[in-house]
Design a protein around this ligand. Structure first.
Ligand SMILES: [Fe+2]
Length: 350
């Protein structure tokens, strides 16, 4: 079953990282440096903070906690959780189909286009309100959010001054990050140019899927929330959190780590997981001969798209116990996983 829906996976004790669904090196006018820094440092930072706060809360003896500590932790939990969720909506909303640079010419389709017409008069009228609202947040911080409200029975453009600001019970289906960290690296203080550029990178298929999920009609849309080219079978994937637990543990069946990278992507790499060996995907027929049978193998690439996905499918067909790291080394960075400097000495040339 395909299952990477925009909801929590696994045990609720840890809020798990969601992979990037966009290809950060192939966006129109939004740089890889900006997107990856934003994802790892700001989204990942909020996620790590949220999990730390939740662990702290879980260990409290409620009868003895001073009021200021309760207030402080619950306030910070709300802010961190809001940041995690809105950043996930934001990153999911960007990026075309993952196999081509986004065209920027797409418009909302089907139900969502009709809903925008119904609630705003036209898609153009919705866009004018949404982008004006976003640009009005320039120089400060906050979010421009398109949300579905059951109570109001319509889509609303919702202004948010911070991560904890939301229309009660409304479900965000598109969120545009207006914090300076979302654009400063590429656009300096030109927030308006950033808004137009982000709008030209929207993935309307996924935004439409979020709308259908919000109105209770989206059960079949899970595959849209899986990284392009990742293995479809759940047992062929491993999350960053699961891998970290295994590597931090003292299980003597430690997985073999394979770092796969296309030759053209080598210049994008600076680090790797400790103990991993690096290989060229095209040289699989030669390096596969060196792999041990009966030992788990974890394959990762930069973002967990088809480079690791294709290799894992091939290895599993050959009978190896191989899994692909969901979200790749980028998701690993986002959960605060440690790495070592890149060692490409095992990489096959040509
Ligand atoms: Fe952000």
């Amino acid at each position: 079953m395909l299952s990477m829906p925009p909801r929590q996976l696994g045990a609720p004790a840890t809020v798990m990282v969601r992979p990037l669904l966009l290809k950060p090196q192939w966006m129109n006018g939004l740089s890889e440096r900006l997107l990856v820094s934003h994802y790892v440092n700001n989204y990942g930072g909020a996620l790590r903070r949220l999990n730390t706060i939740r662990a702290r809360l879980a260990a409290l003896e409620w009868a003895r906690v001073p009021v200021f500590e309760t207030n402080g932790l619950k306030r910070e939990e709300l802010i961190a959780a809001g940041s995690v969720i809105l950043h996930e909506v934001y990153f999911d909303s960007l990026g075309g189909h993952g196999d081509n640079p986004p065209t920027g010419l797409e418009e909302p389709k089907a139900e969502l286009a009709l809903a925008l017409e119904r609630d705003f008069g036209s898609v153009m009228a919705w866009r004018a309100e949404f982008t004006t609202m976003a640009k009005a947040l320039a120089g400060g911080s906050g979010w421009a959010i398109l949300a579905w409200s059951d109570r109001l029975g319509r889509l609303v453009n919702q202004w948010a001054a911070d991560h904890a600001h939301g229309l009660a019970a409304a479900i965000p289906i598109l969120a545009l990050d207006m914090y300076e960290h979302a654009y400063h690296l590429d656009f300096g203080a030109k927030a308006g140019v950033y808004v137009d550029q982000a709008m030209a990178n929207l993935n309307w298929e996924r935004i439409g899927a979020r709308y259908r999920l919000a109105i209770g009609e989206g059960a079949e849309d899970d595959k849209l929330f899986l990284p392009f080219g990742a293995p479809a079978q759940e047992e062929a994937r491993i999350s960053a959190e699961e891998l970290k637990t295994v590597l931090d543990g003292d299980d003597d069946r430690q997985p073999l780590l394979l770092d796969l990278c296309l030759p053209r992507d080598l210049p994008r790499r600076t680090d790797m997981l400790a103990g991993a060996t690096m290989h060229a995907p095209a040289a699989l027929p030669s390096w596969v001969k060196e792999l041990p049978r009966g030992r788990p193998i974890v394959v990762y690439c930069i973002c967990g798209f088809q480079v690791s996905g294709t290799a894992v499918t091939e290895l599993r067909q050959r009978g190896y116990d191989a899994t692909a790291l969901v979200g790749g080394i980028t998701a690993w960075h986002a959960i605060g996983g440690t790495t070592v400097p890149l060692d490409a000495s095992t990489y096959e040339d040509g």
